[in-house]
Design a protein around this ligand. Structure first.
Ligand SMILES: C[S@@+](CC[C@H](N)C(=O)[O-])C[C@H]1O[C@@H](n2cnc3c(N)ncnc32)[C@H](O)[C@@H]1O
Length: 175
């Protein structure tokens, strides 16, 4: 498995394996930032000859996470340009569209995951769409900003499953 090394998300192989197993044709991502998660999903599509495409949305206003230009350069360097379209869009302005698989990573907290779930639960229930998101562990919730819900506060309502150990850099699935 040839995927980017990420200093924090050591669960990237789980994301790669999910794409390999589910073979989604339409992938939506929120929060590509530097593109490691995006490239990981695209490498799974490429390596397995999956006829899939990733639409990836970010607001690109965070200097720490870099620019769309730099992320596109990373994507080009990995040879996966044909699998990805980067877009400038705020999640809160998203017009919901059909997808098979979503990866959601916008500095998550319980409020954002709840809002996402309200928008996509019909697709999950009726079409079998699958959502992976960053976080979900109790340890990760220690870093949720004051005034926002912890992810574990909405866990039973959303019915998400933690896919990693109880570590800060965690990964969860809604399906
Ligand atoms: C934690 S980073 C994502 C990390 C990335 N997936 C990786 O592979 O390292 C969060 C990203 O979400 C973006 N973001 C924050 N709020 C957003 C929103 N409302 N809509 C779209 N993107 C948002 C930020 O600009 C940032 O690039």
């Amino acid at each position: 498995m040839n995927i980017p090394s990420h200093g924090k998300y050591n669960w990237l192989p789980k994301l790669y394996n999910a794409i390999t197993a589910l073979k989604p044709s339409k992938i939506i991502e929120f929060g590509p930032a530097g593109g490691q998660t995006t490239i990981t999903m695209a490498m799974a599509l490429k390596d397995n000859n999956i006829d899939g495409f990733i639409k990836s949305y970010d607001i690109w206003n965070d200097r720490y996470w870099g620019s769309q230009y730099n992320t596109q350069n990373q994507i080009d360097a990995w040879g996966v340009r044909d699998y990805i379209q980067l877009n400038n869009l705020d999640f809160y302005d998203w017009e919901p569209e059909p997808f098979n698989f979503m990866y959601f990573d916008i500095n998550n907290d319980g409020d954002k995951i709840m809002k996402l779930y309200d928008i996509v639960k019909e697709q999950i229930d009726m079409a079998g769409s699958v959502v992976y998101f960053e976080g979900g562990s109790k340890e990760r919730d220690r870093y949720v900003k004051d005034g926002h819900k912890k992810m574990n506060e909405i866990k039973s309502e959303v019915g998400y499953q933690l896919l990693t150990e109880n570590t800060k850099y965690s990964l969860s699935r809604i399906s």
